[in-house]
Ligand binder design. Structure first.
Ligand SMILES: Cc1cc2nc3c(=O)[nH]c(=O)nc-3n(C[C@H](O)[C@H](O)[C@H](O)COP(=O)(O)O)c2cc1C
Length: 201
């Protein structure tokens, strides 16, 4: 069983409708650790050694956040700047993250149809996440396609319940090594892989 670390960044969690429920749903799962950055560091003073220790103890690192200005909320960027130090995460002596898996789990306000060439947002979410992809690559991690829930403001309560079910399933598949991610590295999102599995069964 892989150990999963979800690094969660949502600056206004009391107003969150979707992410709050997704995180709650997976927080009780075996071998899943939730690291709620805004709860731990409301003043932005990140405990770097503690965060590095957490990374060492896990096999899969998930950056889970709403899409904010086509990127991540500010504290997650601060986490990258401070925690992924030279000599720890990259460089000659920086071998701590080699071989670990990494991916982003994202919610967007914009509909999926807007995230494509010719659409209002012009690029896919995967394309917007290139700095994450390259950072993981520099640290010799295996960066997977993102898991994306689009258009969250359009979801009714039943849709949200379906998304929670699907998210839990995706996390358990990752944890229990139930899909061959190597065969899917070029996909736009892990959601596609999950729906492929659903239709195969
Ligand atoms: C400051 C800010 C920036 C945002 N930027 C984007 C964006 O670039 N693209 C997008 O699709 N949605 C954007 N949104 C919408 C959020 O992604 C959306 O509200 C969030 O995913 C909802 O999740 P929640 O219910 O957990 O809060 C933004 C929202 C805020 C408050």
């Amino acid at each position: 069983m892989r150990k999963i670390l979800i690094i969660y960044a949502h600056p206004i969690e009391n107003k969150s409708r979707v992410n709050k429920q997704l995180i709650k749903a997976v927080s009780e799962m075996e071998n899943v650790t939730i690291n709620n950055l805004y709860e731990s560091y409301p003043d932005f003073y990140i405990n770097v050694k503690y965060e590095q220790g957490l990374l060492l103890k896990h096999d899969v690192i998930i950056w889970h956040h709403p899409l904010y200005w086509y990127s991540a909320p500010a504290l997650l960027k601060e986490w990258f700047d401070l925690v992924l130090e030279h000599g720890f995460a990259y460089g000659k002596e920086g071998t701590a993250l080699i071989g670990k898996m990494a991916l982003n789990c994202i919610t967007t306000g914009g509909r999926e149809s807007t995230y494509q060439s010719g659409g209002m947002n012009r690029f896919t979410v995967k394309q917007f996440l290139l700095p994450f992809d390259q950072s993981a690559y520099l640290c010799k991690m295996q960066y997977l396609p993102p898991y994306v829930i689009h258009g969250v403001h359009l979801l009714n309560n039943n849709d949200v319940a379906d998304e929670i079910y699907a998210y839990k399933k995706m996390i358990s598949f990752l944890r229990d090594e139930l899909f061959d991610v190597n065969a899917f590295m070029k996909g736009d999102s892990l959601n596609q892989l999950m729906s492929q599995i659903k239709s195969d069964n």
